[in-house]
Write a protein that binds this ligand. Structure first.
Ligand code: ADP
Ligand code: F6P
Length: 337
């Protein structure tokens, strides 16, 4: 039974923007169904902010979202949108929202999408709420972002397979994982795969020191265990030239034969794991509850088992770093006795 809604929120817009993340569909489903439950109409803009500017949208109803909780990607499609970074683009978007009588806009995306929302506030006077959807987990004010848990599992499953063949041939691999400018994926994946070495933004100083460190570690582990597999997990955008260059430099510097492997977009796809489905369901409904309370300019985060609200401006400050203690523990586990 629908609950009556005596606030001013009668119709909302929803969109997914930036890098897609498994669980975005689960968030679309929960936001839509919880809004409908409160008597609010929902339309979904397609292709990120492009949909706002070009007036591309679909009506979201129960049949549209019924079967999507299991699916990766996003039924609303995602995209980058340069025009939205201009005042003219934002004006067009705000005009379209006004013409469609949209009282509030919910954006499921990453820090870039939220930066866009912060600026859009000058042009659009409805309520604005962000839901963090990115595999990178690089958003402040939330323990986790939608898609992170799935991406970690996907990378771990892939690297476990690499470990099998590395073991069989006693080879050394460097595996590059995504994360743009953050090491959450690298650390968590590295720990779960028992990587001999993890390179993240927190422990990387410069390429020369990194090469020395890796070469010494490979030598030490080899002296102790004999010839064996060795896995290095590295965050992208860190070692200049990435995994390919690091592997080549190890050859030049210490005659170490190392195979580079860039996991790439496999990490963005796939069915969301249960943790992401639950997180997305919780956050989507919480976003509607906050709209009904009249809140705006906030992002929905999770802390422990409860959703919380964070100012959008705070969510993009990039103060959240990886757990350096866990990184130190992982390093200690490589001590050989
Ligand atoms: P993500 O949201 O995954 O971090 P991006 O950084 O690519 O992805 O941002 C997604 C979109 O958000 C951009 O294509 C652009 O439309 C919008 N956006 C990002 N930064 C800004 C900004 N500073 N001003 C306005 N819009 C922005
Ligand atoms: O932000 C998510 C992410 O997948 C990053 O991990 C990665 O660096 C980036 O997006 C890739 O973006 P694009 O889809 O533009 O290649």
């Amino acid at each position: 039974m629908n609950k009556s809604n005596d606030t001013n929120v009668k119709k909302i817009g929803l969109l997914t923007s930036g890098g897609d993340a498994p669980g975005m569909n689960a968030a679309i489903r929960s936001t839509t169904l919880y809004a409908l439950h409160h008597g609010i109409k929902v339309i979904g803009f397609e292709h990120g902010y492009n949909g706002l500017i070009n007036n591309e949208w679909i009506k979201l109803d129960e049949p549209k979202v019924r079967d999507i909780i299991t699916r990766g990607g996003t039924i609303l499609k995602s995209a980058r949108c340069e025009e939205f970074k201009t005042p003219e683009g934002m004006q067009k978007a705000a005009r379209n929202l006004k013409q469609l009588d949209i009282d509030a806009l919910i954006v499921i995306g990453g820090d870039g999408s939220f930066s866009g929302m912060v600026k859009f506030k000058q042009f659009y006077h409805g309520q604005l709420i962000g839901i963090p959807g990115t595999i990178d987990n690089d958003i402040d004010g939330t323990d986790h972002t939608i898609g992170f848990a799935t991406a970690v599992d996907t990378a771990v499953n892939a690297i476990d397979k690499i470990r099998d063949t590395a073991d069989a041939f006693e080879r050394i691999f460097v595996v590059e994982v995504m994360g743009r400018k953050s090491g959450f994926l690298a650390l968590n994946v590295g720990v779960a795969c028992a990587a001999e070495h993890i390179i993240t933004f927190e422990n990387f100083s410069n390429p020369g020191i990194e090469l020395q460190h890796i070469a010494a570690k490979i030598k030490r582990i080899k002296e102790h265990r004999g010839k064996c597999s060795h896995l290095i997990v590295s965050a992208e955008n860190l070692y200049p030239g990435g995994a390919n260059q690091l592997a080549s430099d190890l050859g030049d510097y210490a005659a170490i034969e190392c195979i580079p492997c860039i996991l790439g977009y496999i990490q963005r796809g796939g069915d969301p794991v249960a943790k992401d489905r639950i997180l997305a369901t919780h956050m989507g409904a919480h976003a509607i509850e906050q709209l009904l309370l009249g809140k705006t300019d906030i992002m929905i985060g999770i802390e422990g088992q409860f959703c919380r609200e964070v100012a959008l401006t705070e969510s993009i400050e990039h103060h959240k770093g990886v757990n350096e203690h866990l990184l130190a523990i992982q390093e200690s586990l490589q001590d050989l006795h």
